[in-house]
Design a protein around this ligand. Structure first.
Ligand code: NAP
Length: 219
């Protein structure tokens, strides 16, 4: 079997950077997809290969020789419905298509907790949540081993190595740190956790214990 090589989409994002650092620490070869060449040196310093690409265009070349993909990109909070459609839905779907063609062994997508029930999101988040949900549904059907992560609100607090599983019924939504989201993505890669949708918020359960729990597997 081909040795693991990860494509990290959205590497320069706040969560993506934590994933990049963890991949480097684990000694896992990876390629960072960036849209700005000014960001290259930061990832070259972590030993990453760099590929430049814009997610609104064809980026299939980024998946050459890749065995695993982490999609950590997203539309910025201030952007509008077209960016949400392009980045939170269409580019995720295209990633799944590219991954299927190349027989990628695992696609990890950072989605959002609100994708469980988009219609219950506050109005300002409803379209975003719907795009996330449509992307998730497509990924789950596409025939690539997948891991859909649905974190609640994110923070930049230091990681704690712990989370709390959550689903659409959650009423308390403690923020989860981006560093912990990155750690969940890493553990899913390293443990080969596939064909699961994992909703979570900030909490006190060690990440590996949470990933072991049957409640982590939801349709
Ligand atoms: N904010 C929350 O509370 C929350 C809650 C749950 C889930 N999420 C989801 O969690 C994920 C990570 O969020 P985050 O806040 O860590 O992300 P972020 O810091 O906003 O980073 C997003 C990344 O996506 C990249 N990107 C956007 N459009 C692109 C394009 N056209 N081509 C190439 N790259 C593009 C950006 O590139 P540049 O660096 O070049 O700008 C950036 O690196 C996202 O999917 C987000 O929707 C967020």
């Amino acid at each position: 079997m081909k040795a693991m090589k990860v494509l990290l989409i959205g590497a320069h994002g706040r969560t993506g950077r934590h994933v990049a650092r963890r991949l480097h620490e684990e000694g896992i070869p990876f390629r960072a997809l960036l849209r700005k060449s000014a960001h290259k040196s930061e990832f070259a310093a972590l030993g990453a290969e760099i590929v430049l690409g814009d997610l609104t265009h064809d980026f299939s070349h980024a998946l050459d020789d890749i065995t695993h993909v982490v999609y950590a990109a997203g539309s910025a909070e201030s952007e509008g419905v077209s960016e949400e459609r392009d980045i939170d839905r269409d580019a995720v779907m295209r990633t799944a298509d590219y991954a299927k063609r190349r027989r990628v062994r695992q696609l990890v997508v950072v989605s959002a907790l609100s994708a469980y029930q988009p219609q219950r999101s506050p109005l300002a988040l409803r379209h975003y949540s719907r795009m996330k949900r449509e992307a998730d549904d497509y990924v789950a059907r596409r025939g690539v081993p997948y891991t859909i992560l649905r974190p609640g609100p994110l923070s930049d607090a230091p990681g704690r190595g712990t989370i709390a599983l959550a689903d659409e019924r959650v009423e308390q939504m403690p923020a989860v740190s981006r560093e912990d989201v990155a750690q969940v993505a890493m553990r899913c890669l390293l443990l080969g956790v596939t064909n699961r949708t994992i909703g979570f918020v900030g909490g006190d359960e060690p990440i590996d214990d949470a990933l072991d729990a049957p409640a982590a597997a939801t349709a």
